[in-house]
Design a protein around this ligand. Sequence first.
Ligand code: COA
Ligand code: AMP
Ligand code: ZN
Length: 432
Amino acid sequence: MYWEKELETIDRKNLERLQLERLQQTLRQAANSPHYGRIPEIGRYVQSGMASIEQVHALPFTTKEQMRQDFPWGFLAADKKEVVRLHSSSGTTGNPTVVYHNKHDLDSWTNLMARSLFAAGVRDTDVFQNICGYGLFTGGLGFQYGVEKLGCLSIPAGAGNSLRQIKLMRDFGTTVAHVIPSYLGRLFDVFQEEGLDPRKDTQLHTLVIGAEPHTEEHRLRIEAMFGVKAYNSFGLSEMNGPGVAFECAEQNGLHIWEDAYLVEIIDPETLQPVADGQIGELVMTTLDRQAMPVVRYRTRDLTRFLPGACPCGRTHRRIDRISGRSDDMFIIKGCNVFPMQIEGILMKLPEVGEDYRILLETIADQDEMIVEVEVKKEWFKGDLAFLERLQKQITHLVRDEVLVRPRIRLVAAGSIPKAEGKAQRVFDHRKT
Ligand code: COA
Ligand code: AMP
Ligand code: ZN
């Protein structure tokens, strides 16, 4: 029933006691890092101790921008020698965000992953195919270690190559797969092109879907197409990656693991806590990380706490599926993109004009990012070879930056409709 009964069903009073203890330990550890070592409030609490977890509200937030500014070592709170792995966001132009782990941190993350998968009904008898980027993406190794700890047969398939994914599923009898939801449409099409039906021609019974927003309707469609139960998995690299919040068998929201994270939901404008049950921005503090503790991290993800106890018996609060972001980041094919990353590339090119826009479309069941780029009059002439070279150059630069191959559409200067007021850069027409 539970992976760690005592911790998963701990009563609120004892949970809060544990959180307070871990929060103080986290602050002591954080104070060793150049970034948090500069913050007087942290120094004060390290000196005086904390009377209750509510005092966390007196601490300043941590943002992605600060992580970028303090790149590469500003958040490191342990001896560099102890660090055994790092994960980093994409990006070749500005500083990426980087997260460090020591052995304890990796064990703790692995355990959270095993706990999450167990809650969704995955067992050591399952064959688990991880269809997700490995390397610096956290979904690869994060799931891998959790699945191995749980004792499943793991297939570290990685992303891409749909035919091979299907062959692996059929050859080894995959019963559970972790897949980014927007890719499942494409995968289903390939099943059909091969004359196969995943409901009959595989042993899949469970899909773990996450890493990008999706609706309840999308989940239901996935469940029907594949004949499975699909469970929502939420996480972010700054908080390890997957294994932060996960649906249990009840599929009624995601338990957020409160022994490992102190969770707040704030109004992104006023930065004050929202009323219980209201949607706001998720703010998280790590409670069990040593190499890189993070205090009050503004995730920019919008959600709310769900009311009531879960029939599964787990006492960790549930959050609703992520309903949006409080910044302009979007996710395509499981890759995070900030429009400014694309703008940064375009504006360095002398041939590029004033305007551009990003269209997100679903074409033949695959999500695609189309970037319309205005080219200055003097360059937008009949020289097709030149324009083709420019298009290729932009494609490569964007692909290197955000890890997804864009479709670049070069257009004449002035042809992108001007918005009144603030320019809208991203037009999301994807089918969900
Ligand atoms: N997951 C797995 N495979 C995907 C995918 C996704 N989200 N999106 C597309 N693919 C497949 C495509 O179907 C194609 O395979 P096929 O032709 O055999 O069907 C192959 O990957 C390449 O697709 P393409 O559209 O040319 O991709 P791209 O060059 O724009 O992007 C990806 C390359 C898909 C490999 C890259 O976007 C990626 O690594 N995505 C996964 C990110 C991830 O794992 N995020 C989770 C973080 S926790
Ligand atoms: P990364 O740090 O690259 O793993 O990306 C983390 C971001 O992906 C989160 O901050 C969310 O915006 C998004 N994300 C991850 N899981 C989910 C999910 N289940 N639903 C919606 N968005 C998600
Ligand atoms: Zn539950």
